[in-house]
Design a protein around this ligand. Structure first.
Ligand code: G3H
Ligand code: 13P
Ligand code: ZN
Length: 308
């Protein structure tokens, strides 16, 4: 199976009641853990690389590792740029073989965000590469924030329609209460499903993306702390809410933090239980297995098992 683009995968996921998992990769063990999970569950897959991951591991190393994954797994795999922050970065990864890019202009004024996305689209589309954009700001719903304040932060459904028409993007990351990292909510986790459904109604058939979708499972935070970590109480998006969100328009769900926690917990455990060990395979091996188990679990949450 060759490298595929998100366009092909989203076409099947939209209305199919499932979403594709987009997992962040930084090194060989993470790639292997994710790909082995998707292989065993026969699930389509998006491997995404942030600007930071690309500087850490180097473009060429990551591409060769993913090439190996494609060859060995036979899975449909997308190689996606996560949170591209400039036209130049998007151009560089497209020229270097990525099959999908995100240009994140969500911090810019509406018209400037559109102009930046359009510039990337004009370069990407003739090369067969689809473009993800973002409208709205990712933030947890806090008790004290009122409705008009939420309107200013979250994705506005009317603006979303204008945004996709004028920018020509292929998928849209929406802000409905998810946020990045391990500390998403101070109080009760909540997502604005009403807003999500309004966006879906305004953009029928158009693939939506959820960033900041990690659930920050207590088991893994506790395990990190049991083995010497000092992570403060964290709170993520309950997995039931993610399963609910993927039923219609949400075709791509981004998960990084949950993998980081699973990996770190296992490495901490290996160091504490085996302090005399200094063979990296004896802590990176279990970490790889932990990633694999976490991804398998997530593929069920996203309902994309067997959809490759
Ligand atoms: O949303 C960002 C991802 O979790 C990637 O994080 O920029 O630290 O690689 P990073
Ligand atoms: P989490 O931090 O919730 O895993 O979100 C990852 C993400 O959105 C990457 O773009
Ligand atoms: Zn993100």
């Amino acid at each position: 199976m060759p490298k595929v683009s998100t366009k092909e995968l989203f076409g099947k996921a939209y209305g199919g009641g499932y979403a594709i998992g987009a997992f962040n990769v930084n090194n060989m063990e993470i790639i292997q853990g994710i790909v082995e999970a998707a292989e065993e569950e026969n699930a389509p897959l998006i491997l995404q690389i942030s600007k930071g991951a690309r500087s850490y591991a180097k473009h060429e190393y990551l591409m060769k590792l993913i090439e190996a994954a494609l060859e060995l797994s036979g899975l449909p795999i997308v190689v996606h740029l996560d949170h591209g922050d400039s036209f130049e970065l998007c151009k560089s990864v497209i020229d270097g073989g990525f099959s999908s890019v995100m240009i994140d202009g969500s911090h810019l004024p509406f018209d400037e965000n559109i102009a930046l996305v359009k510039k990337v689209v004009d370069y990407a589309h003739p090369r067969g590469v689809p473009v993800e954009a973002e409208l709205g700001k990712l933030a947890g719903i806090e008790e004290h924030v009122n409705v008009s304040e939420l309107d200013a932060i979250f994705t506005n459904p009317d603006e979303a329609q204008e945004f996709i028409e004028r920018s020509g993007c292929d998928s849209l990351a929406v802000a409905i209460g998810t946020s990045h990292g391990a500390y998403k909510f101070k109080t009760e986790p909540k997502l604005d499903f009403e807003r999500l459904h309004e966006i879906e109604e305004k953009l029928p058939g158009f693939p939506l993306v959820l960033h900041g979708a990690s659930s920050v499972l207590k088991e893994f935070v506790d395990m990190c702390n049991q083995y010497g970590g000092k992570l403060p109480g964290a709170m993520g998006v309950p997995e039931a809410m993610i399963s609910e969100a993927v039923k219609t328009g949400v075709c791509k769900v981004n998960i990084d933090t949950d993998l980081r926690l699973a990996m770190t917990a296992e490495i901490r455990k290996a160091f504490v239980e085996n302090p005399e060990n200094f063979d990296p395979r004896k802590y990176l091996g279990p970490a790889r297995t932990a990633i694999k188990e976490m991804v398998k679990h997530k593929l069920h949450v996203l309902n994309c098992v067997g959809k490759a």
